[in-house]
Design a protein around this ligand. Structure first.
Ligand SMILES: [Mg+2]
Length: 455
């Protein structure tokens, strides 16, 4: 199961009443047959244009391994109108990253039985499209799979792989004796300066990638040169998918890209005495990922010419530490942004009234660089919905007071993300994805496709 982060073991030791039991019951009510078309159970008019959108995690929500999760197909039938088109905006948000979006869209079509466009699929690397200032620069890419295709697909014009760098500078990769160069003075082709490093995912030969990435960082992009004295701040590093571990067929979790990043961060710190800094971290639970997903949702709504703005996002996932943490973190971001927007408007109004020479610039938001790439979010909230078909089990014991044992916690999130118990508390817990869709339609008073009412 890609994207899994472990719930810290020490968070599992004491029982408390199942946190979502009440909400599970409400979800059960939601799956009851809806009222007559056009009317809600209370008799009020149902909404026919959505003001909300769905963000679906894939592994543990729609599929386990290669097996579709029961209810997933039915859930997606409910999302279609009578013409077979989505009646609500839908984006799939996965931390996987070693294939192109079209391939993932094709896989989803086979799982769900409904046509999925690649524009509805978000891989962990998809937000790299926002980093246009690096697109025309020579960047080093690290990972596996069709890396050059993926890099070009998200906009990079001059990606260079680790293998290409290794061929060009064969004296650098010395760990594996069998792969050391056979000739003493290999030819070197002139390569342009490497201006950024993009970590797409875990590579195959970790020692080679770690060595060459460190070389590029400590030579400011000229790995054939000796290490420079002053290379801090280093050239920008952008990283996708921070998952420390993930669940495959083995009994225990396997190393993910997050583990590779831990190695790189620690080697860099040990050698330089300084922290490795990321220009951007993407993939769940980063805000940047949800910001981009919101943009994709908005784009779908615009294409459908739906007049009302999309105000609420529902993020459905099976993992507390990625899906729920990420959705709640983005919700916090949206709320803070809205309150800043409100105070800014008040200052503007005050300044316009001449009460004092307040300048908006004093209150100017310190925007993240990625925020300026997309129009501001129209969503005002992001609700987290946990399903019980994947990593999370409703029978898992959680502590009565998470704060009490926070100091003992082993946090498997990335170094730059703080553990906050409030962020792993879902807004809703439901048995599966079908119950999630039912619940959300009920919460939104939304009139779904009538077809689904027929068993
Ligand atoms: Mg999952």
């Amino acid at each position: 199961m890609r994207g899994m982060l472990l719930l810290p073991p020490l968070l599992l030791r004491r029982p408390r009443p199942p946190p979502g039991l009440r909400r599970l019951c409400s979800a059960g009510a939601a799956s009851a047959a809806p009222a007559a078309p056009g009317k809600s159970e209370t008799g009020s008019q149902l909404n026919i244009q959505p003001t909300f959108g769905f963000l679906f995690d894939i592994d543990g929500v729609l599929v386990r391994g290669k097996t579709p999760i029961p209810g997933a197909r039915k859930a997606f039938q409910k999302l279609l109108n009578s013409q077979g088109e989505f009646s609500v905006p839908v984006v799939f948000v996965t931390n996987a990253g070693n294939c192109l979006r079209q391939k993932k869209a094709d896989q989803l079509y086979h799982i769900l039985g409904v046509p999925i466009s690649q524009d509805q699929v978000m891989m962990s690397h998809s937000p790299l499209r926002m980093f246009r200032r690096y697109h025309d620069k020579c960047v080093l890419v690290s990972g596996q799979g069709p890396l050059l295709d993926i890099a070009k697909h998200v906009g990079f014009c001059q990606p260079i792989t680790i293998d290409r760098l290794r061929e060009n500078f064969p004296l650098l990769d010395m760990v594996d004796h069998d792969r050391r160069p056979k000739v003493s003075h290999p030819p070197e082709v002139e390569l342009p300066k490497i201006e950024a490093i993009v970590l797409f995912g875990e590579p195959v030969r970790w020692e080679t990638n770690l060595q060459l990435i460190i070389d590029v960082l400590l030579t400011s992009g000229y790995p054939g040169n000796p290490y420079a004295q002053a290379t801090h701040p280093h050239i920008p590093v952008l990283a996708c998918n921070m998952d420390l571990m993930w669940m495959a067929e083995a009994q225990s979790p396997r190393f993910g890209h997050g583990t590779f990043m831990v190695c790189l961060e620690n080697i860099y710190k040990k050698i330089t005495g300084k922290e490795l800094k990321y220009e951007a971290l993407m993939g769940k639970p980063s805000e940047l990922t949800y910001h981009y997903a919101e943009y994709l949702i908005r784009t779908q709504a615009t294409a459908k010419q739906w007049k009302k703005p999309i105000q609420t996002l529902y993020a459905i996932g099976d993992n507390l530490m990625t899906d729920i943490y990420g959705a709640n973190l983005y919700n916090r971001y949206l709320q803070e942004k809205n309150s800043r927007r409100g105070s800014k408007a008040r200052i503007q109004a005050k300044a316009a009234g001449g009460s004092r020479s307040a300048t908006v610039s004093q209150e100017e938001e310190l925007e993240n660089t990625w925020e300026s790439e997309l129009a501001p979010a129209t969503a005002t909230s992001c609700r987290s919905v946990l399903v019980c078909t994947g990593v999370y089990s409703p029978h898992t014991e959680v502590p009565s007071d998470t704060r009490e044992c926070i100091t003992e916690t082993v946090f498997h999130g990335h170094r730059d993300f703080r553990f906050d118990p409030a962020l792993v508390e879902p807004n809703h817990i439901v048995p599966d994805v079908e119950a999630a869709v039912d619940l959300i339609f009920q919460l939104e008073n939304f009139a779904p496709n009538e077809n689904y009412r027929t068993p």
